[in-house]
Design a protein around this ligand. Structure first.
Ligand SMILES: [Zn+2]
Length: 297
């Protein structure tokens, strides 16, 4: 199941947040760099539509969705660290649509990547962090409802725990949530299927050895119909919000391990976090993930 990965992107993923730590313009930079790279000339780029309210309601409560759509500051929306504007809410519906599209493409073609998404701190009934809608949770629910899949595996290697996702699927035997993250960092941890909290300063060798062991354990424990990979690059040593110490090469090897783990399964990759001191590093590391998925490195 290894044809060229399909990339999902819309110009409307980009948000102008001013001098905010969330580099919301990274999406466009990644897309343009891919389009200008001759090695990706034969790849397919798909523009998604927004997730529908019905799709989103498979993973989120109706009251919370109503607050989002009506831009209501409430107990459900206030924990977001982003403004609550129509433009931003629309962008979340769109990137959720992008992850649903990526999941459909992965079911057909093997690998697909949303050049956005990975908003794993969003809960069923409230926002948190930079996350209004949990795109991966919605996509899993959509595929299950349409009976395309039964069992989904989430491999969340963002430096922050996927607390929203873990909580949403805590009692769901058909969704296995694996999160490997920096223990002493945001957020308050939820219990997922398998959590590996790493010490601050963890380097390539230790990280990759632990990941290898974890993937082997998962392979022996859970038989998935699809893999969702949150490829956050905030594990990088020069990240503002992450305290791990992975080099670029370490991040590439991490991505290769997940790619190879999912070689015989549909693999849906989403960007998730990345807040390097230098924005160019963030874009370069996300591009590196694209190169790994395309078997270029
Ligand atoms: Zn993160």
């Amino acid at each position: 199941m290894t044809s060229l990965p399909i990339f999902i992107f819309s110009d409307d993923y980009n948000l102008d947040l001013g001098p905010h730590v969330f580099p919301a313009v990274k999406f466009g930079h990644i897309y343009r760099a891919l389009r200008e790279d001759s090695r990706f000339a034969d790849h397919t780029f798909v523009r998604p539509g927004p997730a529908t309210r019905e799709q989103v309601s498979l993973a989120h409560s109706r009251n919370y969705i109503q607050d989002l759509i009506s831009l209501q500051r409430s107990a459900r929306t206030y924990r977001s660290e982003l403004p609550l504007t129509a433009e931003i809410v629309d962008a979340f519906f769109l990137s959720t649509g992008g992850t649903i599209e990526a999941a459909r493409q992965a079911m057909q073609h093997g690998r697909a990547m949303n050049l956005g998404g990975g908003f794993h701190h969003s809960y069923r009934g409230h926002a948190e962090g930079f996350c209004y809608l949990n795109d991966v949770a919605v996509a899993i629910k959509v595929l299950q409802k349409e009976k395309h899949i039964k069992r989904a595996l989430v491999v969340d290697l963002d430096v922050h725990q996927g607390n929203g996702t873990a909580r949403m699927f805590r009692f769901n035997r058909n969704v296995y949530t694996f999160s490997m993250h920096e223990q002493d960092n945001y957020p308050i941890k939820e219990r997922g299927s398998y959590d590996l909290g790493l010490r601050t300063g963890c380097r390539d060798e230790e990280y990759l050895a632990l990941l290898g062991d974890a993937l082997e354990r998962i392979q022996n424990t859970f038989h998935a119909d699809i893999v969702f990979y949150l490829a956050g690059v905030d594990v990088y040593e020069r990240d503002r919000l992450g305290g791990l110490s992975l080099t670029s090469r370490g991040v590439a090897e991490r991505d290769r391990m997940v790619r190879d783990f999912a070689r015989d399964l549909p693999l849906v990759t989403v960007l998730a976090g990345g807040y390097a001191y230098n924005d160019e590093d963030t874009v370069r590391l996300h591009l590196q993930t694209c190169e790994v998925l395309a078997d270029l490195i």
